[in-house]
Design a protein around this ligand. Sequence first.
Ligand SMILES: [Zn+2]
Length: 64
Amino acid sequence: MQLKCSFCSMPFALNNEQVADAIEIFKKDSHAHYDAHCPKCRRSTKLAKKAFELNPTYKKMLEA
Ligand SMILES: [Zn+2]
């Protein structure tokens, strides 16, 4: 999953393992946020469930 750091605008990606972690978090608490750590500035960009639902594959995983 491609995203962009909210602090330094560095584009980076979440690997499948990180996406799977995020899905687990949202399954337990749909109002939770996943912290995606920027490889450049190391600050965390908070992602809501909504950000994952935009991707049809992740949406299915969230509903499973
Ligand atoms: Zn950054």
